[in-house]
Design a protein around this ligand. Sequence first.
Ligand SMILES: [Zn+2]
Length: 420
Amino acid sequence: MMPRIDPRAALLLLAVGLAARAQPVLIRAGRLVDPAAGAASTAQQILVENGVIKAVGANVAAPAGAQVVDLSDRTVLPGLMDAHTHLCLTVATQGGQGLNELVQRLLAATLLETNARRALVGVKNARDMLDSGFTTVRDVGNAGNFADTDLRKAIEDGLVPGPTIINAGRIITPLGGQFHGLQPERPDLGEPEYLYADTPEQMREAVRRNALFGAKVIKIVVDDQPYLYSVEDVKVLVAEAARAGLKVAAHAATEAGVRVAAEGGVASIEHAYTASTEALQLMKKKGVYLVGTDFSRSAAEAMGMADYHQKVVERLKRARAVGVLQAFGTDIVFPASGQTRGTLSVGGIESFQEAGYSPAEILRFMTTNAAKLLGVDGQRGSIRAGMAADIVAVPGDPLADASVLRRVSFVMKDGKIVKR
Ligand SMILES: [Zn+2]
C-alpha cells in the first residue's frame, strides 16, 4: 500500500530540493579554447552542475531538465583574470600631470571618502569587471580600511555580483606610504590607506594584521620613497606572509626596486616600468611574475603619461625576448566617458598587441598564468571537469585576434549566468 503524502508537504520538499540543487546547464560551444595549450576544438559541450564543470566533450548529453545554452556561433573560453586591480578606488584626474596628479587625487580620496563609499565604489567596479568577462581579480590594495575584505565577502555571500577576489587589504610600505610631501605634523595621513612598517617587528605585525582582517595576498611597496625596502626587509615580509599561507606582490617601478624585490623572493613584481634586461633576467631566474600594468596609449594619454607608454611597450618587447613569466594586470583607477572599469581594463591588451605578443600569449597571461600567480589554478583558469564554472564567450576567434576579448557577450560565474 502506498503511504499517503500530503501534497503541500511534497511541494515544499520539491522547492527545498530545487533551491539546494540548481538546474544543470549544458553549454553548446561552437569553438572551445584551451588557453594553456593555445588551441581550440570545435562543437564541444560543457555540462555545469551546482557551479562546477561536470563534463566537457563532443558527446556530452544534457541530463533531464537541463537548461541548454546555445553558443554554437561563438568561441567559449575560461573567464578572464586581472592580477592588478584597485576596485575600491576611482579617482578622476584632469590629465596632463601624470603620476603626481594621480597621487594627489589618491590622497584626497583617502582623506575625504568614507570606507562605506569606498566599498560602494568597489561594488560598481566589481560588477563592471564581471560584465566585461573578468571572473577573477587580484585586488592589490588602496581600499581604505579593508573595504576590499567586505567587498570580497559580499560577493562570496551572493549579496552583490562580482569576480572572485584575491584581496590585499592594506598595502604595507615604509613610512609615508606612496604619498610624497606629507608634512611633519601629520605624518600619519598616509594611513589607513597604507600600513607603515619600517622595522622587522613592524613588518611581521603588518602581515599579521592583514591576515587577521581578511587579506588573501600581501602587497608591499618597495621603492616609492627615497628609502627603499632592503632585500632583508623583503625576505622578512615574504617569510611572514608564507607562514600565513599568503604570497607577496611587490610594487617596484625602478631598476633598484625590481632587483630588491626579485632577490627578496616575492611572487610578482608590479610595474617594473624601467627594468633593465638584466633585471628581467633575474626575475626569470627567480621565477617572479611580471605584472606590467602597461597602460594602453589612450589610457596613458588620458593620464598625461604619453611618453611612459612608449617605454613600457619597449620593456614588454624585452620581457618577451627574455621569456620572463607574465600575468595580465591593469592598474586602472580612473573613469573615462563611455567606458567602464571593465572595458578600460580589457583595453590593457593593446600594449601587448603593440609589443608583438601573439593572441595565444595574451590569453594565457589573462587565464592560465594569472590563475597560477593568484593560486587558484586548481579551481579556475581552464574549462575541464572539476573546475569552477567561470565561463565566457566571444564572437570570432581570440586565438586569431585578441581584440575580440573586448566583446564578451556571455558570462557565467560559478555556474550562474550573469550576462547573456
Ligand atoms: Zn596599482
